[in-house]
Design a protein around this ligand. Structure first.
Ligand code: GLN
Length: 544
């Protein structure tokens, strides 16, 4: 019933994904943006809370003209209208309506929460008409004592069938490849042909899944169901598709042959649930692939690095520090609250002093500011207001315009410009962005670097090379005298794509792997000799 994912604990639900328009949404939308290389909006996500809010607002306006407002038809109609409206929104800058709208109906068949949505889908199938609606049912095939069990799938298909939905394809998730007899059994009991059963077993990485599906003829099967031959495709789109597919295949096959590893330490507080950092991990993976390296990620609970832990849990303390010392790069990702802050500061200090590549994302940049203020600017009590509200030197403060009383949707959110400052031509990060003077990245924060301390910090070599368009907000810091020490107030991981890794991550991983020079030269070449100004989204300005 949450209206959006912004107020949900990442430790329970995984990260909150942020869109260009500032929508705070489920992490699945990140997967779709990354895989499809498209830009979604907050409209692309419906929750029970959001759709009820929408219907209730209409009721309050009097739109229902005295009628009794009910789940069926009012809520179910609202779901369908919403989907139809969003499905017609032109894709990115093309001004063209998409040919296909993918709807993911989350949750599990039989959940009370999903019942109105299932009914809405049943009606939508009629509304769309024959040949315009394909239903793919995702089901788990567990293996018990070596035997592949089809009963859960049969039961689930029966349940949706009772609700009036009959799948066109059944995608079976399984640890191991599906046996022919399993496929036949599912086909037979679920009233489909064996070609309609897709075997989705565990593969090397998720990047191999499209190849696995293609091998099973998904394009042909889906094409037949949706009559895709009748859709006109421009020559340039077809070529783009072929090129992308070729690149994708190369990347994944190259990945299998990688033997060199790059070791990155991720110092955070939500490390028990890796999904809390999903986009961060993906951005690191994309970057490692581009550098021709296998990613070895070390998960470090920031509080394990703190002095207190040395006494209480010495084994954890030494283990964590061993990871820091052996990692080729140290990453402090975004986060909220107090726990683990001192551990993150210690990690940033280690990276700075030992010239180890460092990337600070949002909170990670604020951490770097506190560390530098304390240890270089002679402000031993420097702190962030988020952690110590009455600190003497608040080097990170609450942003003035942020509502202190309301938590939902009140942060500084979404795509915003960062201007590289004059004199920052030396910046390694700026080069990664093709020497651009402006970039746009997504934000999600309440606190910012205190402008009152900027001069003192810069005097000592803490360079604020990127600011917002008014020059008020600090967006990027970088140390000159260091192989790669970068902090960004934004979250570049949200715009990372498989074939176009996020630049701050790519530079960081390349520095850690010892190939920054080559990767920088490649980036500069991608942008054209001396860079392109006004890059739209940190992705070489390319939007597909
Ligand atoms: N807690 C910090 C802030 O609100 C950092 C947020 C983040 O890392 N996303 O500014």
């Amino acid at each position: 019933m949450n209206v959006d994912a912004g107020t949900m604990a990442p430790t329970e639900h995984g990260e909150c994904f942020v869109l260009d328009d500032g929508g705070e949404v489920d992490l699945d939308l990140g997967n779709y943006e990354r895989y499809l290389n498209i830009t979604l909006t907050r409209e692309s996500n419906i929750t029970t809370g959001k759709i009820y809010q929408h219907v209730i607002a209409k009721e309050r306006r009097g739109d229902y003209l005295g009628k009794t407002v009910q789940v069926v038809p009012h809520l179910t109609d609202a779901v369908q209208d919403w989907i139809e409206r969003v499905a017609r929104i032109p894709v990115d800058d093309t001004k063209e309506c998409p040919d296909i709208c993918i709807i993911e109906l989350g949750g599990t068949v039989g959940d009370i929460e999903s019942a109105p949505f299932i009914e809405a889908m049943r009606q939508l199938k009629r509304r769309a008409g024959k040949g315009n609606f394909a239903q793919i049912h995702v089901s788990l095939v567990p293996v018990i004592a070596g035997e592949q069990k089809t009963k859960p799938t049969q039961q689930a298909i029966r349940d949706v069938g009772r609700a009036g939905l009959v799948p066109d394809l059944i995608a079976c998730r399984c640890d191991v490849p599906l046996e022919t007899s399993t496929i036949e059994k599912i086909a037979m009991f679920c009233q489909v042909e064996p070609e309609q059963v897709l075997a989705v077993h565990n593969v090397h990485t998720t990047y191999h899944v499209p190849l696995l599906l293609e091998k099973q003829g998904i394009l042909k099967t889906l094409g037949n169901i949706l009559n895709l031959d009748a859709v006109t495709k421009s020559q340039s789109l077809v070529e783009l598709g072929q090129r992308t597919w070729k690149e994708w295949r190369n990347l994944t096959s190259q990945q299998e042959r990688l033997y060199e590893t790059v070791t990155i330490a991720l110092v955070g507080k939500y490390v028990n649930l890796h999904d809390s950092y999903l986009s961060t991990i993906k951005a690191l993976e994309h970057s490692a692939m581009r550098c021709g390296q296998k990613l070895n990620l070390l998960w470090i609970d920031a509080s394990d690095l703190e002095e207190e832990t040395r006494e209480k849990r010495p084994v954890d303390f030494h283990k964590a520090w061993h990871c820091i010392c052996t990692a080729q790069g140290i990453l402090v990702p975004g986060g909220f609250g107090e726990r683990g802050i001192e551990g993150m500061i210690a990690a940033a200090k280690y990276a700075r002093e030992n010239k180890r590549p460092y990337l600070g994302i949002c909170l990670g940049m604020q951490i770097a500011v506190v560390e530098f203020a304390r240890n270089i600017c002679g402000l031993p009590h420097a702190a962030s207001e988020e952690v110590r509200a009455n600190a003497v030197d608040k080097v990170v403060i609450y942003m003035p315009e942020i509502d202190k009383d309301k938590l939902g949707g009140t942060m500084r959110l979404g795509l915003r410009p960062t201007i590289f400052q004059e004199g920052s031509e030396w910046s390694r990060l700026r080069k990664m962005y093709g020497e651009s003077s402006q970039i746009n990245e997504r934000h999600r924060h309440r606190y910012e670097v205190n402008p009152a301390y900027v001069e003192r910090l810069s005097e000592k070599g803490f360079e604020f090379i990127g600011k917002d368009d008014k020059g008020e907000r600090m967006e990027i810091i970088e140390l000159k005298d260091h192989p790669w020490f970068v902090g960004v107030q934004f979250h570049p991981e949200y715009l990372s794509r498989v074939l176009q890794p996020s630049k701050p991550y790519l530079g960081f991983v390349a520095a850690a792997a010892g190939c920054l020079e080559k990767v920088t030269a490649d980036c500069l070449r991608d942008y054209g000799v001396h860079g392109v100004d006004g890059v739209t989204n940190g992705l070489n300005g390319v939007r597909i």
